[in-house]
Design a binder for this molecule. Structure first.
Ligand SMILES: [Zn+2]
Length: 316
């Protein structure tokens, strides 16, 4: 890790302090310059400087899906992957005794989770800023996914879900204020983000332009701490946290100094050896081959046929 004077110009998105240690200087996808720093005061890891709201709006309405998935609407392999994870997320809610009520999925993508939630016992709605993906959700599954940003959404829900979106937002603390405003009293928020402490992410694909913040358990809990209590934490695949709305909002509770020390140590240890042997990166090429055969079977099917196949599997 090293320090860079220009890092002093940026404020931490969690604690607003300005002292960072630079932990990466390159976008691992484009290989362009990208500074990522770890806050000395609270341990949050973030882009320095973070992009502006205007830059992000342009990026997500058009470029993002094309840049990362080479597509304006989901291909069969994307639907297959999204359906598989959507089914796991519904199971996670069911196991936590959250099985009914109104549900809003923020960043609904191609609508797979919104559709499966609707086919389960939720009254679900999704919002997705990407025009192609939200249109696909409506046309393919006839589910209630609207083309919008979270700022344009109002109403009250029993459950709000947000999967792999928070790391793209320029103000994660403010996002939790918005989620709180969208939830009924005792409402539940289900957040999933990439986990920066995992050992199964290749060192070559951790830091990139689309991700503004890189969460540990402590920094995600801290971002939510004004409005939410933790119900459940799961790191078996990414970082999943189930939160419940606090009766009375409190001040932000920042991670303590020992957790800041721990995340620094953790980031120093990350590397190829850990990824290949502890994270089983060494068998990833084999897993990719199996995945290719699985996904190849899907290429002649429609999105609806693929996702309904997962519902059939559940019945049998
Ligand atoms: Zn900080």
């Amino acid at each position: 890790m090293c320090r860079l004077e220009c890092a002093l110009l940026s404020k931490c998105l969690l604690c607003k302090k300005t002292d960072f240690q630079i932990i990466s200087k390159v976008d691992s996808k484009s290989l362009e310059k990208l500074l990522v720093g770890l806050c000395d005061n609270c341990g949050l890891i973030q882009q320095i400087p973070p992009p502006t709201v205007k830059e992000l709006r342009i990026y997500y309405s058009r470029e993002y899906r094309v840049e990362y998935k080479q597509s304006y609407s989901p291909k069969p392999k994307h639907v297959y992957r999204a359906s598989k994870t959507a089914k796991q997320r519904i199971k996670f809610l069911h196991k936590s005794n959250i099985c009914t009520g109104t549900l809003l999925d923020v960043g609904a993508g191609g609508g797979e989770f919104t559709y499966l939630a609707q086919r389960s016992r939720f009254k679900s709605k999704g919002i997705e800023p990407n025009i192609g993906y939200s249109e696909y959700a409506r046309n393919e599954y006839a589910c209630n996914v609207i083309t919008a940003n979270i700022d344009n959404i109002e109403g009250k829900y029993n459950v709000v879900t947000i999967f792999h979106v928070l790391e793209h937002l320029p103000n994660p603390v403010k996002a939790f204020e918005k989620f709180n405003s969208l939830l009924e009293g005792h409402g539940v928020l289900f957040v999933e983000v990439p986990w920066i402490e995992t050992n199964d992410a290749s060192p070559h694909s951790i830091f990139f332009k689309a991700h503004i913040v890189y969460f540990s358990i402590e920094t995600l809990v801290a971002c939510a701490s004004q409005y939410f209590d933790v119900i459940k934490i799961d790191t078996s695949s990414n970082l999943k946290i189930l939160f419940r709305v606090k009766k009375v909002p409190l001040s932000l509770i920042l991670p303590n100094l020992s957790s800041v020390k721990n995340i620094k140590k953790r980031m120093d240890k990350k590397g190829w050896f850990e990824y290949l042997f502890k994270g089983l990166g060494i068998i990833k090429p084999m897993k990719k081959i199996v995945q290719w055969f699985e996904e190849d079977r899907m290429k002649k099917l429609s999105g609806k046929q693929i996702i309904d196949g997962f519902l059939e599997d559940e019945k049998s």
